[in-house]
Design a protein around this ligand. Structure first.
Ligand code: PLP
Length: 461
């Protein structure tokens, strides 16, 4: 494509007009739909739309606005959000109680000079030290989850001078080179091999396997810097470890002086019914990684908080040695995170999610009795997995729900599992509506797959 500044300017002017216009005409809306399909196919990735069509009944739905429990397309079709942006909307979509602080900050200053002291970053770090378990004290803020995990992994090496990492099969920690090295699915690792070589993946939920791996590495002359683990595996298909798993990991890591990293990017901020999932077991990691819902569903902001013994002279003497992301901890993002924590605590969102999660999981399990196609309902709080006999059946149910105005998603590593990860502010009335729509979709899919699903279901795949 030739450099064409005039065309770029005209295009940018047109889109700025759309952004400012709250009353688009039917023609303008149609144009945005056509433009969007063209742009994705020619300038993003043709595969992107093909993938989305599979859940969108072959129509093109262009997202245009959102509010609390739901979002709307350009033409005003409304969808109840049971996907929650894979965990970012715990406080709801554009919650006004968060938005007003972000708007106020935006009208003052948005990004920072990089030289003067930016007070919101300091305040947010203090609030994090107050609202996380144990002696977690020092925070470092970034922009994405994978980036935050990079910081955790680097800090483990920096603080210990050791080398190896232990991770788990099925884990998802992001897709930057370090984070994907820890990720536990071949598809996402293979094209990039060799990556970080010094990592051993062990079975998730099996603490003794961690001890064996550490012992073996040490006995052959290696050193182990850190163990990274999700308190509940999200992308693997909402996998809950056995009771006591995190506590046992804590004991093992203490015994071998290995830095214990909990990746709470998805489970944190109340998602599983406590502010942090590790709180439920009374375990404090050495590094807690957070993201997704941390920005209140409005701004991207992620980070780590670490115990003081990891903040060694190396990092104190050179605060940029770990990383120095230009936008990490910017004032606008910090205002969103501070307001999100305020809203979460003021409204006891974790407590609400605990109760609502028990209610919704109970209703879903009742539904299972009438629909054996729904093989398993598992989860905690509002991190719920619905497992079907095959990926095709899972997609079909997801598509049926979408047609009925309920957005759910698969999980990245296990496509047989649909994810129910709604905003924590969801009402009981909406939960009942979701269950009713799922009932209808299951009935429809059972009819569609009637010849095959029984065979598959009974084959214990
Ligand atoms: C547990 C966990 N860690 C890390 C990530 C990666 O976060 P990001 O997509 O912001 O890089 C995710 C994203 O789904 C996640 O669920």
């Amino acid at each position: 494509m030739e450099l064409n500044k005039m065309a770029a300017l005209e295009e940018a002017q047109k889109i700025c007009g759309f952004i400012l216009n709250d009353e688009l005409t039917k023609d303008e809306k149609d144009q945005i739909v056509r433009d969007s399909i063209y742009n994705f196919n020619h300038h993003v990735n043709p595969g992107w739309l093909a993938y989305r069509k599979s859940v969108s009944t072959n129509e093109a739905f262009v997202e245009w606005e959102d509010s609390m429990e739901s979002f709307k397309d350009l033409y005003g079709n409304e969808f109840i959000d049971c996907l929650g942006g894979f965990g970012i909307y715990t406080c709801g979509h554009r919650n006004p109680e968060i938005l007003k602080y972000v708007q106020a900050q935006l009208s003052r200053y948005a990004l920072h000079s990089q030289e003067l002291i930016d007070p919101l970053r300091g305040y947010l770090a203090k609030i994090m030290a107050l609202c996380t378990p144990g002696d977690l004290t020092y925070s470092f803020f970034c922009n994405g989850g994978a980036e935050a995990n990079e910081m955790a992994l680097k800090l483990a090496r920096l603080a210990t001078g050791k080398n190896y990492y232990i991770s788990t099969v099925g884990a998802f920690h992001g897709k930057s080179l370090g984070a994907v090295s820890m990720t536990g699915k071949g598809t996402y690792r293979k094209p990039y091999l060799p990556m970080i070589q010094s990592v051993q993946h062990v079975e998730y939920g099996n603490a003794e396997a961690v001890e064996v791996a550490i012992k073996n590495l040490i006995s052959v002359g290696e050193t182990v810097a850190g163990m990274i683990v999700e308190p509940i595996q999200g992308e693997a298909g909402i996998i809950l470890p056995p009771e006591g798993y995190l506590r046992r990991l804590r004991e093992i890591c203490d015994k071998y002086e290995v830095v214990l990293i909990f990746d709470e990017i998805q489970t944190g901020m109340g998602r599983t019914g406590t502010m942090w999932a590790c709180e439920a077991e009374g375990v404090t990691p050495d590094i807690l990684v957070f993201g997704k819902a941390f920005g209140g569903g409005i701004m991207p902001i992620t980070g780590i908080i670490a115990r003081p013994h990891l903040w060694t002279d190396d990092i104190v003497n050179n605060p940029w040695i770990l990383g120095s992301p230009t936008f990490g901890g910017n004032p606008l993002a910090c205002s969103a995170a501070i307001a999100a924590i305020k809203y979460t605590l003021e409204n006891d969102l974790p407590g609400q999610i605990k109760e609502k999660g028990e209610y919704l999981i109970g209703k879903l399990r009742e539904l299972q009795k009438d629909h054996p196609i729904l093989k398993e309902v598992r989860g905690k709080g509002f991190l719920i997995g619905l497992e079907y006999p095959t990926s095709e059946i899972g997609w079909a149910v997801s598509k049926g729900l979408f047609k009925r105005g309920v957005m759910t998603g698969g999980t990245l590593i296990s496509s047989k599992t649909n994810r129910i990860e709604p905003p924590g502010i969801l009402s009981y009335e909406t939960m009942d509506k979701i269950v009713q729509k799922l009932d209808e979709s299951l009935t429809e899919v059972e009819a569609e797959f009637s010849t095959t699903w029984e065979l598959v279901a009974t084959a214990k795949v």
